[in-house]
Design a protein. Structure first.
Length: 247
């Protein structure tokens, strides 16, 4: 996968300022850095890569790159201990954001943008019976089995799990779990009380703020995810960095 890291003078100045202020974004002044890589693809039956999309880091907006022909992107020189939420902007699609990562020494690989286009957003709005509000965000995640095989033609969700959000948003609309016919025919179904083999879950029109999602199932422990909800943005903790079961 081609990587397109971008390091600018503004980035170095920002890191220096954070160090002088004792901010967490420098990893406690350790000076250690790490890297991330991932890919963007179309969320829908057609699939395919999202090439030529602009990728930035919410907490470091001066860091920017562009997805390559396979949807790939990457960043180097990110401070250990800093927070990073990755943002994708592409024509014909709503702005979409990943979960918020606290970066450690190990590189973070396999970050994914499951990017719906505007037509898919309209269809999903009809299915859930609620249009996206400009002053709210849409939160999504996938509850996955331990060590899932993320390949086309196979499901990777952990069925029978429930999801909670903390803190509970005002006027919360969710969780809404995704039903499943085949691996590429899914839809949000308000009648469901738990995940299916797809593992998808959605919260609609959530007030901006910081949230944590937690999955629950007897005998299974899941990794939690942190989400930074911004008005007008789709935030998706997608596999393999979603609500994944621990081995």
């Amino acid at each position: 996968m081609k990587r397109n890291p971008t390091t600018t003078l503004a980035t170095l100045l920002a890191l220096a300022l954070a160090t002088s202020c004792g901010a967490d974004s420098t990893g406690g002044g350790s000076g250690r850095t790490t890297s991330v890589s991932g890919s963007a693809f179309n969320f829908g039956p057609a699939g395919g890569a999202v090439a030529g999309g602009d990728v930035t880091i919410l907490e470091q907006p001066e860091r920017a790159t562009i997805t390559d022909e396979s949807g790939g992107f990457g960043f180097d020189g990110l401070a250990v201990g800093s927070e990073a939420s990755f943002v994708l902007r592409a024509a014909g699609r709503p702005e979409i954001q990943t979960a918020t990562f606290t970066l450690g020494d190990e590189p973070v690989d396999g970050i994914t943008f499951q990017s719906p286009d505007d037509t898919m957003i309209t269809l999903l709005s009809v299915l859930v019976g609620a249009a996206p509000r400009a002053d709210r965000c849409q939160l999504a995640a996938t509850v996955t089995r331990a060590n899932p095989e993320l390949v086309a033609g196979k499901t990777h969700g952990e069925a029978g799990a429930t999801v909670t959000i903390d803190p509970l948003p005002a006027e919360a609309d969710g969780p809404i779990y995704f039903n499943l016919v085949t691996w590429n025919v899914i839809w949000p179904d308000r009648r469901l009380a738990a995940t299916t083999d797809d593992g998808g879950v959605l919260y609609v029109n959530v007030a901006p703020g910081r949230y944590r999602l937690t999955a629950h199932k007897d005998g299974v422990r899941f990794r939690e995810v942190a989400l930074t909800c911004r008005a007008g943005v789709v935030v998706n903790a997608a596999p393999p960095w979603g609500l994944q079961a621990e081995p």
